[in-house]
Ligand binder design. Structure first.
Ligand SMILES: Nc1nc2[nH]cc(C(=O)O)c2c(=O)[nH]1
Ligand code: SF4
Ligand SMILES: [Mg+2]
Length: 219
């Protein structure tokens, strides 16, 4: 089975509970969610799509991942769950590689994952069952009201899992956003954790020449 691949690269997990661990990234093409600040716009935005997208056999993807010898493989996008990920996670398992998933949660998840990160998006809210099966949530704090918005939508006070509050990257120096995150963490109304896209400070992904240049919609 083939999947449309935007890029693969070897780096480390820059976000969430597994931050800092060596990970091979498979970024699949396609996303119907269309966030206004998307930092992976090359996977869907007409102005950023590369001229050619390779369709790659899942076994070949597993071979690439195995050659890097990571601790785990992160399947991301785009929105990877628009694809049937069962064959890919099976091919990875045959190489003794565990798969982690980064998803908006808006689509049924097909495949076997050791870890699922659901990062809810306003444009396509997550399915209930995906919020329940997520190992962690990652709220992108793009506006000051994002934390209260998702607290109400997803009843975060009852979510029995870490909830990362990551500033949307273009807002990372906005004191109001950082203050909102800090206050939420200190108020302890849910399992909030102050987050960051640590790999971006390191420019870690760019150190692998097979990574694509960043394509962000945010100013
Ligand atoms: N290093 C690194 N860690 C990440 N964690 C989630 C990412 C994503 O784009 O989904 C990501 C990414 O793009 N790079
Ligand atoms: S941020 Fe994620 S869900 Fe939103 S448009 Fe970009 S790839 Fe899709
Ligand atoms: Mg990223």
């Amino acid at each position: 089975m083939k999947l449309p691949v935007y890029e693969t690269f070897y780096s480390w997990q820059g976000e969430g509970c597994h931050q800092g661990r060596p990970a091979f990234f498979i970024r699949l093409f396609g996303c119907p969610v269309h966030c206004p600040w998307c930092d992976s716009a090359g996977t869907w935005h007409p102005n950023h799509i590369p001229s050619k997208i390779d369709r790659v056999e899942v076994e070949a993807l597993a071979e690439r991942a195995a050659a890097a010898n990571p601790e785990f493989v992160v399947i991301t996008g785009g929105e990877p769950a628009i694809h049937d990920l069962g064959p890919l996670t099976q091919a990875l398992a045959q190489k003794n590689l565990t798969a982690h998933l980064e998803t908006s949660g808006g689509f049924e998840i097909r495949g076997t994952f050791a870890w699922i990160t659901v990062s809810p998006k306003r444009e396509k809210p997550p399915l209930k069952e995906n919020v329940s099966q997520a190992d962690e949530l990652k709220v992108i704090v793009d506006t000051e009201d994002a934390i209260s918005y998702w607290s109400d939508e997803l009843k975060l006070a009852h979510a029995n899992k870490p909830i990362w509050l990551n500033p949307e990257w273009s807002q990372r120096n906005n004191p109001k956003i950082l203050q909102a995150i800090t206050e939420a963490v200190k108020e302890r109304k849910a399992q909030f954790r102050a987050g960051w896209q640590v790999h971006k400070n390191y420019r870690a992904d760019e150190m692998d020449p097979s990574a694509m240049p960043e394509a962000s919609l945010a100013k």
